[in-house]
Each structure stands twice: as structure tokens, then as C-alpha cells.
Design a protein around this ligand. Sequence first.
Ligand SMILES: NC(=O)c1ccc[n+]([C@@H]2O[C@H](COP(=O)([O-])OP(=O)(O)OC[C@H]3O[C@@H](n4cnc5c(N)ncnc54)[C@H](O)[C@@H]3O)[C@@H](O)[C@H]2O)c1
Length: 355
Amino acid sequence: MRVVLVGAGGMGKAWLATILADPAVELAGVVDLDLDVARSALADAGVPDLPVGTDAVELARQTGADAVVNVTVPQAHHPVTTAALFAGYPVLGEKPVAPTVAQALSLVAASEASGKPFVVSQSRRYNAHAELFQAQARALGDLGSLATEFFKAPHFGGFREEMDHVLLVDMAIHQFDLARFLLEAEPVSVYCEEFNPPWSWYAGAASAAAVFEMSSGARYTFTGSWCAPGLETSWNGAWRLSGAAGSATWDGDHDPVVEGAQAGPAADPGEGIAGSLAAFTRFLADGTPLWGEVHDNVLSLAMVEAAVESAATGARVRLDDVLDRAHAQAVADERRDDVLAVLKGWGSARAALRR
Ligand SMILES: NC(=O)c1ccc[n+]([C@@H]2O[C@H](COP(=O)([O-])OP(=O)(O)OC[C@H]3O[C@@H](n4cnc5c(N)ncnc54)[C@H](O)[C@@H]3O)[C@@H](O)[C@H]2O)c1
């Protein structure tokens, strides 16, 4: 599979190294709005002669690529991915699927209208310990509660220290997505509070607490902070799961610890973005099912949007209401007739996402 990589920033460089290391994938070229950034990423990776460009579709056509990997900033996810899908290229894109659920629904419809797959790389699912934790969750029978504590104190500098809802939008989407994966259930509603401790070095709320009701009846609770020095958790967070047949904890970095019914061994899904890329390659080659197909991924972003809305209003927010409002917004904003026809043809966004 020959791919064009779009976006050569911090995460783009990690993707560049991952693509070069995967024997099933060939890098056709690198696109960035800033050509010097693209050139220097290629030079740093030891492949300075590969083609560069500023337009993904143009470079994909010039180089005869098979697919596009979109690692641009979130604001560029919708335009870059839509253009690639309608030019005939399958797309693997970084999380979040888009900045808003409305744009995410437009991308679901664009994938349907173009007939090309769009997969969101939610790379924290690709983790052997998380896979084992999910197997353990199944062994514990009916599940009552899943909880994540996420406490870290990074000084990123740059956009994160200025953005609104920084913990919920930039970080918690990983844990919310993992909660869907671990519970094998979908979010129904959420109550959330977010706040910024007095010592925070972030402009937006760096701390949050949220309780989700899930479709299985289980509750998922998230508490976290990005300005919590001391006794820091792992980047995956610290997890606790309680089921009818016992309990399990996971520190995010090692195998889970269990008291109760034990699961057998679990398959290794590969690690992080390398696992995500390998799954995408297999999916395109022979249709092997994978995580993150855009229909499936939207609900992870919807959890974030619902939590932010709950924190702003002080009310419990239903996910169906978030999806209905996003659907109406997507219809109002859509500029492509073919995508609009798909959006209008859905009975409801929730029903469309179950496909
Ligand atoms: N999975 C993870 O753990 C993880 C970690 C970090 C970042 N990310 C995600 O990766 C993505 C990129 O983040 P980053 O930290 O690399 O950002 P960045 O700002 O460092 O780099 C983004 C690059 O995209 C380029 N770009 C922007 N618009 C473009 C367009 N229309 N066409 C071509 N290039 C364009 C910019 O010039 C820039 O070089 C984001 O969606 C972010 O959320 C994921």
C-alpha cells in the first residue's frame, strides 16, 4: 500500500517513522501547508528525496498513491479527508475525527457518498494490556462500574495551554473511547463538571469529573486533571472495573490485576499507531474488521461534546440530543449536494451510526 502522509508536525513525524518501519506500506510523499516542514521531516527520517506538496489529492495523483493518512490539525480534518475520499482515496485519520460532531457526521456521509472508507486512528485501543483488560471485562460477567483516574502535570506550552476545555477535548477522548471498547456498550447520557484549579497553568479547564450512563446500564466515571503534580497516573490513566464475578484494575502500563473470574490470554493488537496502520492495511487488503471506522468512532467524540455541554449548562445531557442537534447543524452547514442527500436520508444520526 502506497500512502501520502498529510501533516508533518509533531504527530506527523511519529507517523512518518511508523510508515517507514512497516514493510507492508510504502511512503509515496509528504504534504504540509509549509513545504519546509515537509522537507525537513523527510530529511530527519533519512528519506530526503521523496516528493512533497501542499495538496493531498494532487500529490496522491502525481505519485500513484493508494491511500491518504491525515495527521493535520483537527480544523483541517474535514476538508482534507472529504477531498481525499471524493478523489477516490481511502483515508486513515488522526483523532479527533473532527472538531465538532456536526462535522464528524458530514464525514460519515462523505464516506457513504464517495463509497470510500474513512478510519479514525484511536491509537490507545492498540495496546496488549487494554486488550487483556477487555477480555477480563468479558470474564467478569455483568459489569456495573468502570472508573478512570487520570492525573498528570505536563507543561506542553503552545496551543494546549490556551485552548478551552483542554482536558475533555484533547485528552479525555482517549479514555472515553477506551470505555466504550472495554464495556462494549454505548453512551446514553452524561453529567459533567469541569473546572480550573487556582494553580493551573492552563487557560481552559484543566480538571473534570464526569459520570456516563451506558447502554448496558453500567456507569462509567472519569475524574482527571492536567495540573496535578505528584503521584501521577500513566498516560492511559488508572482504571477499575467492577462486575458480577469480580473486579479488575489496570494501571495503564502493565497487565490488569484481577480478583475473581480470570480471562484467558488475549491477542496482541499491535502497539499504538503502528497497530492502527497495520489494521488499516489489512482492512483495505481483505476487509479484516477493525476499530475506528468513522460510523463507529463518532460516538467517542459525541461523549466529549456531551460532557462539555453538561459542564456548561449544569444539566445531565442525553447523547441522542447531542446527535440530533449535530445532525441538524450538519444539514444546515453542508455545501456538497451528494453529502447533503445522504445526511437527509438518515432517519436519525444514532440510527445511521449503527450501520
Ligand atoms: N494519538 C495521539 O496520541 C495524538 C498525539 C498528538 C496529536 N494527535 C493528533 O494528531 C493531529 C496532529 O497533531 P500535531 O500535534 O502533529 O499538530 P501540529 O500542529 O504539530 O502539526 C500539524 C501539521 O499539519 C499541517 N497542516 C495544517 N493544515 C493542513 C492542511 N490543510 N494540509 C496540509 N497540512 C496541514 C500544519 O502545517 C502542521 O505542520 C491532531 O489531530 C492531534 O489531535 C494525536
